[in-house]
Write a new protein. Structure first.
Length: 165
């Protein structure tokens, strides 16, 4: 009988410890977590962009901003995008401006900073992105133009010079 009481007490203690260990104080830790990242190649408009999706882990202070810095695959200055994070958002999607010269199986850096209204840094997120497709498979110019996807009348080749080509 004493053995059963001790076993039940030990089992209960283990359950309590595991339950408390699973609890996380919502007042500490990261605000956002990267839940998805991809290069998007839109062949119709001959455009490639970085796209990242972030999930909210805990509430952010009002008027917080996400600042994302994307490596420029063509060389030169990185692309910087700033966007407000609305309190009701559960997911945040950030997209780069159109990029050129994306190479397959090469790492590209993305750095994100979460900043509050006073300019204080709340979180930094660093990621490397790799495309499995080379941008050379894209057309030089958009295949279609306008809201009705009319065929592009401009058939002349575009001059895109990528480093290392």
């Amino acid at each position: 009988m004493a053995y059963r009481v001790r076993s039940a007490g030990l089992l209960l203690s283990i359950i309590i410890v595991l339950a408390l260990g699973a609890c996380r104080d919502p007042g500490q830790g990261d605000y956002l977590n990267v839940s998805g990242k991809i290069f998007v190649f839109n062949y119709r408009i001959a455009q490639a962009t970085y796209v990242l999706t972030l999930s909210k882990v805990r509430p952010l202070p009002n008027d917080s901003v996400l600042e994302a810095t994307f490596e420029n695959p063509a060389g030169g200055d990185p692309f910087i995008v700033r966007q407000k994070i609305w309190p009701t958002m559960t997911k945040v999607t950030v997209e780069s401006p159109p990029v050129k010269c994306v190479k397959a199986n090469r790492e590209y850096r993305v750095s994100m900073r979460v900043i509050d209204a006073s300019g204080q840094l709340l979180q930094t997120i660093e990621r490397k992105m790799i495309s499995d497709v080379d941008q050379s498979v894209m057309p030089d110019k958009p295949l279609v133009v306008g809201p009705f996807y009319d065929a592009n009348p401009d058939k002349s080749p575009a001059a895109v010079v990528c480093p290392g080509t």
